[in-house]
Design a protein around this ligand. Structure first.
Ligand code: ADP
Length: 361
């Protein structure tokens, strides 16, 4: 059946196939379609239609395949991160409760003077839990979670980024309460973009994004935009104005590092490290990010297996209960390989920016 391939432009192809896809007999076409547009899943556009079969106002001028992409790829069905999974960051958690979670859960209490900003910036070194916080906010606020990396808007979606931004905000608004998490937001809202050196397409994406954010300001929509960056100094004044709260997410403290080690090893039932040994691990990992710590634990927990292999033990025959626990020495060995990914120099930049633009209380 070739009808669909002769239907001319892209969107009419889409409509044609969309109609046919609800018919079982057309599974072959559907398969072709899925291969061609792998993000396609049934139902997501229809899910958003009202009882009259119409799409909500905000989605009327948005192309169905952009709505599909947002619903199936950018909206994360179950982010599954809870506050308890995040080590340390008590200050950030407290601020986020006040400015994001309670307002999303109790909009009636957070009106008028108490109405919170609709934009939150999380900045700090990479691998410190910014994305985890975004997911936890969505989880705790029982909100839909949308994750997009800003650099993909201008690379993967080059030429269509602007339309995707419109679809993103439109779908989020229909799914509210919602959290839109924009990773590497500096690449979208940088100063570079406003001084005329950037390509026209990138500038249009930026403008669209700012317009959409503006639309939420002062309105009743329960949509929070969270931007994450490890280059806050690149953000321009317009970006700072929209992201009214700006929280520094620093490297984990010594206690938080211990918590990450314990938590990961306990999950696997591998924890046999004394308090004194843990203290040594913490002293040796000054400057490690949460993500570095995770990599370290992963590497260290390979120690017992590597040792068994060196002793010529057949891994295929090895019983799990015969494996020795992970030790301090495993950590010391792995520390040679897994180095901190953030330099002390970079930390200075964050602290300075935090003093100048961060939300301190
Ligand atoms: P970021 O968004 O700041 O770059 P992520 O939130 O993606 O970092 O964290 C990457 C990984 O590092 C997480 O999946 C988690 O395993 C670990 N991690 C980072 N920070 C923490 C933390 N504070 N508590 C627990 N795990 C963390």
């Amino acid at each position: 059946n070739n009808n669909w391939s002769n239907t001319g432009n892209y969107s009419s192809q889409f409509t044609n196939i969309w109609d046919r896809a609800t018919n079982n007999k057309c599974s072959e076409i559907d398969a072709v379609y899925r291969g061609k547009f792998p993000w396609k899943q049934h139902g997501s556009v229809d899910d958003l239609r009202g009882p009259d079969g119409q799409l909500p106002e905000k989605l009327r001028n948005v192309t169905p395949h952009h709505i599909e992409h947002v619903s199936n790829e950018i909206m994360i069905k179950n982010p599954n991160v809870h506050w308890d999974d995040i080590a340390g960051l008590a200050h950030a958690k407290k601020c986020v409760n006040e400015m994001a979670i309670y307002p999303l859960r109790r909009p009636d209490l957070f009106m008028g003077c108490r109405s919170p900003g609709k934009g939150l910036l999380l900045f700090g070194p990479p691998g410190t839990g910014k994305t985890m916080i975004g997911k936890a906010i969505a989880g705790e606020a029982k909100a839909a979670f949308f994750y997009i990396s800003a650099s993909s808007l201008s690379s993967k979606w080059y030429g269509e980024g602007e339309k995707l931004v419109r679809a993103l905000f439109g779908v989020a608004s229909c799914r509210q309460p919602a959290v839109i998490f924009v990773d590497e937001i500096d690449s979208l809202l940088s100063q570079r973009m406003s001084n005329g050196n950037e390509h026209e397409a990138s500038r249009r994406i930026k403008t669209q994004f700012l317009i959409e954010m503006e639309g939420f300001d002062g309105g009743d929509d329960q949509v929070l935009v969270i931007g994450a960056t490890n280059r806050p100094q690149d953000l321009d004044e317009a970006a700072r104005r929209r992201l009214t709260k700006r929280l520094y997410i620093p490297l984990p403290s010594s206690e938080a590092r211990a918590w990450i080690v314990r938590n990961l090893l306990e999950k696997d039932g591998l924890f046999k490290i004394s308090n004194e040994e843990m203290e040594i691990i913490c002293n040796l990992t000054e400057g490690y990010s949460g993500s570095d710590m995770k990599n370290l634990v992963k590497d260290a927990s390979m120690g017992p297996l590597r040792e068994a292999m060196e002793q010529g033990i057949d891994i295929m025959e090895l019983k799990k209960e015969d494996m020795r626990p992970v030790t301090l020495q495993d950590f010391k060995n792995s520390l040679q390989e897994i180095r901190p990914s953030v330099s002390p120099n970079e930390l200075g930049t964050f602290e300075q920016w935090n003093k100048q633009f961060g939300t301190l209380a």
